[in-house]
Structures are given as C-alpha cells and as structure tokens.
Write a protein that binds this ligand. Structure first.
Ligand code: BGC
Length: 465
C-alpha cells in the first residue's frame, strides 16, 4: 500500500503541505485585496477627482461584493464542492483584478471592485472550510490562525507593493499586480483534490478514500477518518429549519453575528483602508512618509498575530479578547485626545503613531484571529454551514459599513470625535465579552454543543460542569 512505505509517507506529507499552502493562498489574496486600496486611494482620488463619498464607495464596493459572495458560497460549496468554488473564486479574482486596473472611470472601478469582492467573499468562506476538512486532525486547530496570518501577510504585501508603485504614482499597477497571485491560485486550485468530506457527503466514498490515502500517513489512518466522516454525516445539515424551530440554535447564530460585529466595529479596517489618510491627519504631510508608515502598520499587524497564535490555547479566548479590546480602546482614546489637543511637535506626531500601532497590536493579538476561531467553534454540527454563512456575511456587511462611513464621520463629527466613538465601542465590547462570550479553550465541540442546546447561558457554554 503506497501510504505505508516511508517514501509514500514523505510524499503524502508534501502533498498535504502543498494542499494547505494553496488554500492558504486564498487567504493571502483576501489580505492583498483588503490592503491594496489604502495606498492606491489617494492616487485614484487625484486622478479621477472624486469626492469623499465616492472614495468611500470605491473602498466599500468590495465589501458589498464580499457579503454577496459569502452568502452565495454556502450554497455553491455544498452543491459544486469546495474545489470548484475555490476555482470560481480564483477566476473572479483574476477578472476583478484586471478590470479594476483598467477601469476608465470611478463607476467602472466600483463595479470591478464588486466582482473582486465576490471573489474575496467566496475565498473567505470556502478556504477555511476546505482547510479544516483537508488538514490532519493534529493541526486542524492552528489552521484558522494560520489563515489569519496569511491575511495579514497579504495586507503587508499589498502595502509594500503600493509603496513601490507610489514612486511613479501608478495606481493601475498597484491594483493590476494582484492578478499574478490570482493566476497562481487559479492554476494551483486546478491540481487540488476534492475535499474528502464533501465527496463522502455526495456519496462518493471510494473517491473520498482515494484522496485520504494520498494525504494521510497510513491507510489505516485514512480508513479511520473516512469512518468518522461517515459517522458525522449521519447528522444532516438543517440550518434554516433549525433556526426557525430552535431558540438555542438562534442564540448561537446571534452570538456569531455579535462576534463579527464586534470585530469590525473595533475600527481596525478604518486603519487598514485609510492608513495614509490617518498619517496625514497626524501631521505627516509627505506621501512617502505616509506610505512607509502604512508599511509599518502592516508589519506590526503580521508580527502581533504571532502573539495570538501563542496565546489562544494558553490564556484562552476571553482574557485575550478582553485585553485586546482594552488596548484598542486606549489606542483610539489617546489618539482622539491628541487630535483634540492638536498634534504640533514631531514628538507628538510619533507618539500618535505609537498609539495607532498599539491599537493594531491590540487587534492582531485578539479579535483578528480569535473571532474567526470562536465563530467556527460555537455552532452546533447540524446548523454549522448556516451559522458560519450568517456570521461570515455579517463580517462583510459590518466591514462595509465601517469603510463607507469613516470619511463622512471625519467631516461631520470631526477627527477627535470619530476616534473617540471607536474608543467607546471598544469599551462596550469589553462589557460584551465579559457578559456574553464563552470560554472555549480545551473544550470539545461536542461539549459546547451539548451546553448550548441544553439552554445554558451563552457565556457558560464552554464550561465543564
Ligand atoms: C478581519 C479583516 C481585517 C483583518 C486585518 C481579519 O480578521 O476580518 O476585516 O482587515 O483581520 O488583519
């Protein structure tokens, strides 16, 4: 049996790594597309001579597409399978990147970014799902954090490439260069195997066995896993009817929505999308300084994600989230106060940037990865697809609202008040975390489900007694 020889084992490991790498590439593209607009926007605004309101729509059209993409991909990934969904996502990535680079006017750019958003929405739903179904059990948990790491690396990559192109001011290249990784994803996905879980769900047990034989160390392991899949498939997905009939499930869906709203209303993406603008508000008028400052923001975001990866399973979700919201509230609050008093000296300018970076650390070490981890843990098996579709879609809708209102908030509320609003929201989220969020560290998903369905308070569904 090929899976049992030493050579077979090594090539199976390489195959698994290749598969995980490719699915994670989808996370990279998610990040590239979130990040790219920050550096491109000032040049687009100048070139097309657009208003703040139009700029907000150039930014947010992608999130609008992503919300639709996330809704559609629940259906698509179950009908066509994860592999074909990823392929559709990759094709949309290529079309959206090329089209946005060539857009002749703001309207076309907005339309192209909706297409790009569809791709991001499909990727943000399908890639983690595929990863969790294809990764060996031992590393399944860390896969979601790694996926978040890929998002942050994508954002940093986009900031770096934006900075490189900023010397010529060519925003079309900034947007167009993303076509390359998109093509790489498209070609790569072609070689991906189908998810064994999906194959089994469709009754193709022999194909599922074949894929597992190629990916697992031994054929015994592959067989065991297929048996487990068969067992879990006995539980039929019944999302909508469960939602209609079962108030305990409705609470889990509500919790997923709340978690994603909290993640987005921290204000993280205000910085991701408008970082150069914020540097300008903090007194850095030179475009180069703004661009390099943005790169540092991206780098800190990547590095601080490692803190989360190290902390989640030691500290647990609740303390890490509480600390994260506290750090974010302090960062936004102090920044708002400084803007209120006026940032005059270079010392004050750098201190303001330090506060901005502190905020980034707060997000990346907590809400960034943890919200995705929690959302994948709290849904009962029967309603998992439905619950995760709803929470992922909420992520994009909330993301769109944040992106579509920031510049308007600056002009109507003023700079200081805008940052104070976000500081206040982060304080509110500390209260929500304490009152409503469960601790799920070291608790099996079955246990969480039993607690939820027996009517325990949300904050107690991870408790052992
Ligand atoms: C969020 C994105 C955000 C990114 C920043 C993700 O977890 O969902 O909205 O841009 O983190 O690193």
């Amino acid at each position: 049996m090929p899976g049992n020889t030493h050579k077979g084992r090594t090539s199976n490991k390489v195959m698994t790594l290749f598969v995980c790498f490719l699915a994670a590439l989808a996370g990279l593209l998610f990040g590239l597309d979130i990040g790219v607009i920050a550096g491109a926007l000032p040049f687009i605004a100048k070139d097309f001579n657009v208003t703040s309101h139009q700029q907000e729509w150039i930014v947010s059209s992608m999130m609008f597409g992503a919300a639709i993409g996330a809704i559609g991909s629940g259906w698509m990934s179950s009908r066509l399978g994860r592999k074909k969904s990823l392929m559709a996502g990759a094709i949309l990535f290529v079309i959206g990147s090329l089209w946005s680079a060539m857009a002749p006017n703001p309207e076309m750019l907005i339309a192209a970014r909706v297409v790009l958003g569809l791709a991001v929405g499909v990727a943000s739903y399908t890639a983690p799902l595929y990863l969790s179904e294809i990764a060996p059990e031992k590393i399944r948990g860390s896969m979601i954090s790694l996926y978040q790491l890929m998002i942050t690396i994508g954002i940093l990559g986009a900031y770096l490439s934006d900075t490189a192109f900023s010397y010529t001011g060519n925003w079309r290249w900034m947007l167009g260069v993303i076509t390359l990784p998109a093509v790489l994803l498209l070609v790569g996905v072609f070689f991906l195997p189908n998810s064994p879980r999906w194959l089994a769900a469709k009754g193709h047990f022999r194909d599922a066995q074949r894929v597992l034989d190629r990916l697992r160390d031994t054929s015994e392991q592959a067989k065991r896993e297929l048996d487990e899949i068969r067992e879990s498939l006995k539980i039929k997905q019944s999302g909508w009817s469960l939602f209609r009939d079962n108030s305990n499930f409705r609470r889990a869906v509500f919790l997923g929505v709340l978690l994603q709203v909290m993640q987005q209303f921290t204000g993280m993406n205000v910085i991701m999308y408008y970082a150069p603008k914020i540097f300008e508000i903090a007194g850095f008028s030179d475009t180069r300084e703004q661009m390099w400052g943005t790169v540092i923001v991206g780098l800190i975001n990547v590095l601080a994600t490692f803190i989360a990866i190290g902390l989640v399973d030691r500290w647990g979700r609740k303390p890490t989230l509480t600390l994260g919201f506290l750090v974010m509230a302090a960062g936004m609050g102090i920044l708002g106060t400084m803007l209120h008093m006026g940032i005059e000296s270079p010392g004050a300018q750098y201190f303001a940037i330090a506060m901005l970076l502190m905020f980034i650390v707060g997000f990346a070490m907590s809400a960034g990865p943890l919200i995705w981890v929690l959302c994948s843990e709290i849904q009962p098996l029967k309603g998992r697809d439905f619950g995760i579709t709803v929470s992922t879609t909420t992520n994009w809708i909330a993301n769109m609202i944040v992106g579509a209102t920031f510049l308007t908030m600056l002009t109507t509320l003023g700079n200081a008040n805008t940052f104070w609003v976000y500081a206040g929201l982060n304080i509110l989220f500390i209260i929500f975390t304490v009152m409503l969020i469960p601790e799920t560290k070291n608790v099996s998903l079955e246990h969480i489900e039993r607690n939820l369905m027996s009517g325990k308070k949300l904050r107690d569904i991870g408790s052992h007694d």
